[in-house]
Design a protein around this ligand. Sequence first.
Ligand SMILES: C[S@@+](CC[C@H](N)C(=O)[O-])C[C@H]1O[C@@H](n2cnc3c(N)ncnc32)[C@H](O)[C@@H]1O
Length: 444
Amino acid sequence: MLQRSLDPLSRPFDDELDALLSRFRRGRALEVDFRELVGNSSATDRFTHRMHPYPAKLLLNIPLFFLNCSQLAKPGAVVYDPFCGSGTVLVEGLVRGAIVQGADSNPLARLVSRAKTTPIPEDVVDAGLEVIWSSLPRRGSKPPSGSIDLEKWFSPKVLSQLSRLRQALESIPEGPAECFFKTCFSAVVSRVGLTDPTVPVPVRIDARRKSLTKNQRKLRKQWLTDRSTADVFGLFELCVEENFERLRLLSEQCSNPKVSVFDDARTAPGDGLVDLVISSPPYGSAQKYIRSSSLSLQWLGMAGSGLRELERQSIGREHFSLSERVEMDAPLLSSKALLNKIGKINPLRRHIAATFLIEMRDALSRTCDRLRPRGQLVLIVGNNTVCGYQFDTQNYLTEICEALGLELQLRLEDHIRSRGLITKRHSTAGLISKETILLFKKIR
Ligand SMILES: C[S@@+](CC[C@H](N)C(=O)[O-])C[C@H]1O[C@@H](n2cnc3c(N)ncnc32)[C@H](O)[C@@H]1O
């Protein structure tokens, strides 16, 4: 354990880890329920975890378990998450007194991760709010342009309020306060769009769908009313208040957080070596991080030269132009037969899967370079199907890690109960039903 803390969920898990290590035999995963193992699984609103929604967030019990094992994390350890998403590992690392580093190719993920790990003083929040309200224009200008027609996704009233608020946010100088307020703004955007909250990518709320029950229709009608008439300014003020309180609790736990967030796992800089890596990599073709974030990215002017360009940096993406679909060899010998079978059914799916493996190899290679000798790496990996075939990402990533000089120490399986954030929007790539947790040690 890194440090004694005020955190009720913080207790050593060394005995539990030792027991698992002694039971583990190569080739057979051990079944584990991290909700039971760590307990108090309802405590998801701890510290800053709920500041902003994000698709396929990691179950916080998993990093919490490993960070509380003294074999893995000593006081002052550097903990790194190369696919940090909304920063679950970074927050739990800070709570345990670690120096934390993350990387994510999605600019919204980087913004949220920074906001969730950077406490700001109350007077800075109060002064920021004053600046925002005093610079609120009387009328909203046109919403930011880009590949999405924002007018389709928000009612006219909400669109106008969001535009005014966004303009006012420009008066906040660059820095932690800007990051905090933009995160709150984006959290409000996710609550007031005419988007179905049960689907992670933007899909219009459809209250008339035939397959819906009477109650489900009623609920959707309510969502449409609530979201069309939402009071954006009131929601923003409330979000600022709640998120500030979350940050305050975090700052009580760690007074001087040391955090760095980089752009891409494959090229992440960072001086010095890291002691422990904990990460849930992107899924091979079942999750669309950029599309899920697209409304916020456009509102915040983060889409740069377009969402497609951002997607291109995202591992596990599904869109490839014809010119990008070049013939490629199977990146791992063990994947050759399966990729050929997939290719016969759907050549694009083969290309997506092969690209995923190549890019994951690059990302893991860079991550392994950054890991100190004897340092450990925990990967939380989802399984999926491609064209009806089981695509065992966990086996391929194990093979890649072993070739990079890491030794497999433990393989656990936890069955996912809530699949709420996973999309199944097409018939050739399927759902994730379990997570495999792999623990490696760097031996050379
Ligand atoms: C399973 S999610 C991580 C979720 C995170 N653990 C959380 O709790 O929020 C995988 C993340 O990998 C990111 N990603 C995809 N390609 C990447 C790349 N090249 N470098 C870094 N991150 C990348 C995605 O944007 C996504 O946020």
